[in-house]
Design a protein around this ligand. Sequence first.
Ligand SMILES: [Zn+2]
Length: 220
Amino acid sequence: MKNIMLIAPPAAGKGTQAEMVVKKYGIPHISVGDILREISKEDSELGNYVLETMTSGKLVKDEITYQLIENRLQQEDCKNGFIIDGFPRNIEQALKYDEILQKINQPIGNVILIDVDPKTLEKRITGRRICEDCHAIFNINDKNQAPQVESFCDYCGGHLYQRSDDNIEAFQNRYQTYLEKTAPIIKHYEDMGVLVSVDGTQSMEEVFQDIVHIIQGSEK
Ligand SMILES: [Zn+2]
């Protein structure tokens, strides 16, 4: 059984790690956004409600989201575990998530915090450059990811640009929200004794190795 939750600040590489875990263990990636998009295609009362709510830019009612998560986690492909992403986003949702798991008789599993200090995150975000032609991503603040010729793509020679929200102010806002909403979740799972931290300042492969160790260590 591999039930996994990854917690990480913005730009800590959570998406990449989640993909690597999915690939290695063949477990489904459970994203609340995907569940909602999927259900919105159904021609049912619920499907129509979700579609209308999403297209009008509103938030789907919590009770409905919880019910959909509960249903999703009971599907056949989750029986050997799953990785949940983008949920819970705050302590209320975390408590509700615990309830759902208890109800469907599933353990919380591994809650893994990819820990990266804000200075490092800031450097990653402000150094990010994207190729306007092939969309390859570089980082001028990291010698391993810097382009060989300044401002030009190593692969296609295209011009590199900086996304408008990859700036210090936008990062600080996102980080502040992360601290406010996520710190209580971290404390909650720490108190439960299920949270393990990995050093997210390491390379992508090293972080992944640590995550694999945690997952395998918990299976003995
Ligand atoms: Zn390119």
